[in-house]
Design a protein around this ligand. Structure first.
Ligand code: CO
Length: 136
């Protein structure tokens, strides 16, 4: 089941500058900075009540976020929903006709297993489903 909005991902061109901006906006320091080298992304996480803000900067121009930033303006990149059973939710959504971007869950940042749904399935919004990795 989808439980809540876990985080909103924001793609930024200058991660250091954006971190200062969001630290000032949210009035809280980031609780985690993590590079996922396989995905060519560096992430900075802020808590925001029951949810989070994830800043995404590219470590390589040819990474998914690097390509995104080369063709689109920085801004909201994806919405992540927390689910209690990722595989069951993937199966349910596949049966509903949603297009998943990977067959299997992948290791994401912040100790999560994740899968993305194609934006064209969701009226232009890239959707991430995530669950705690500790469930494995
Ligand atoms: Co995310």
């Amino acid at each position: 089941m989808i439980k809540k909005i876990e985080h909103i991902g924001i793609a930024v061109k200058d991660l250091e500058h954006a971190t200062k901006t969001y630290q000032a906006l949210l009035n809280v320091a980031p609780y985690k900075t993590e590079t996922v080298e396989r995905e060519g992304v560096k992430t900075v996480f802020f808590e925001c009540g029951d949810s989070k803000i994830e800043l995404l900067g590219a470590t390589r121009e040819d990474s998914p976020v690097g390509k995104y930033l080369s063709t689109q303006k920085e801004g909201i990149h994806h919405i992540a929903f927390f689910v209690d059973d990722l595989k069951a939710e993937m199966k349910r959504l596949q049966n509903e006709g949603f297009q998943l971007l990977s067959e299997e869950p992948k290791a994401g940042a912040d100790d999560k297993s994740i899968v993305f749904l194609h934006p064209k399935s969701n009226h232009g919004v890239l959707v991430e489903l995530c669950e705690d990795q500790s469930q494995f």
